[in-house]
Design a protein around this ligand. Structure first.
Ligand SMILES: Nc1ncnc2c1ncn2[C@@H]1O[C@H](COP(=O)(O)OP(=O)(O)OP(=O)(O)O)[C@@H](O)[C@H]1O
Ligand SMILES: [Mg+2]
Length: 254
């Protein structure tokens, strides 16, 4: 089982859009895929037309008093399941703090899912919190959307530094450019040059397009309602790059 997390301290950078589209693309290739929406805003849950409700709330999940199977929902798509978020997730930090190993609890909870799933996506809320620290411990790869600005590499270096300081498990990091506006010279320059210089930035980039915002109107992954669009091709390229690195065993950090 391979665990990916869409991760960034910053909000509104394209984490959920990426998690939903990439999870869908993985499932379409035949991988048994689970997306765990960890954000109390429950945007991924909404996009899959699933009610943001977890019986017993996050408490039952985090304390392991209710099996995951009872909370996991099927989506409209083959091979793709969702573990929804609900508003009780806002307290997840407190619940994790009460666990025996507060930063390892999510990794522990995810272990038995390897029986049923090939690929897991964790869609994280934008924050530095105990939830996000748990995600760093649980994930094999962090998929980090970054907007091409002058400071974006600084944010990425800070994250790499933090991950490097973690004991035991260190996920690999693959950033990608998100919301790229080709009308802006700075965006064009950064997107053209940086991926050649840094192995932790994907060559595939996601353009800023109102079509991607339509996911919230259509409530479906982009490749479902716009299979031949440029934006879909970009997510496909991104998924090929992410899954290709895995196959070649490449932890091409740094
Ligand atoms: N490439 C894009 N072009 C245009 N709009 C986009 C793009 N990617 C995402 N959006 C829109 O921007 C908003 C934020 O995107 P998204 O929810 O994916 O980000 P996020 O990082 O998960 O946000 P949050 O931190 O709140 O969880 C949404 O309205 C989404 O539709
Ligand atoms: Mg989100």
């Amino acid at each position: 089982m391979r665990i990916y997390a869409t991760y960034n301290i910053k909000g509104g950078v394209g984490k959920t859009s990426a998690a939903v589209n990439l999870a869908y693309l993985a499932s379409r290739e035949g991988w048994k895929t689970l997306l765990w929406d960890l954000d109390p805003q429950a945007a991924a849950t909404y996009l899959f037309r699933i009610r943001p409700r977890v019986k017993g709330g996050s408490k039952a999940l985090v304390h392991g008093t209710r099996p995951f199977d009872a909370a996991i929902k099927g989506t409209d798509f083959a091979n793709l399941d969702l573990l929804p978020a609900d508003f009780t997730y806002r307290r997840m930090d407190l619940l994790l703090d009460a666990a025996r190993k507060p930063t390892r609890q999510l990794a522990r909870l995810l272990e038995p899912l390897a029986r049923d799933y090939d690929v897991v996506f964790l869609d994280c809320p934008p924050s530095v919190s105990l939830v996000s620290e748990n995600v760093l411990h649980a994930a094999d790869t962090l998929i980090v959307p970054i907007i091409p600005t002058t400071l974006c590499t600084r944010t990425l270096d800070q994250l790499t530094g933090f991950v490097g300081s973690l004991e035991a498990h260190q996920p690999s990091i693959l950033a990608f450019f998100s919301m790229v506006d080709r009308r802006k010279r700075l965006h064009r320059d950064i997107v053209e040059h940086l991926p050649a210089e840094r192995t932790d930035i994907a060559t595939a980039a996601i353009p800023a397009m109102s079509l991607i915002e339509q996911m919230a109107v259509r409530r479906a992954p982009l490749p479902v309602f716009s299979p031949r669009s440029e934006a879909t091709r970009c997510y496909q390229k991104l998924w090929e790059e992410i899954s290709g690195r895995h196959r070649s065993g490449g932890n091409r950090q740094g």
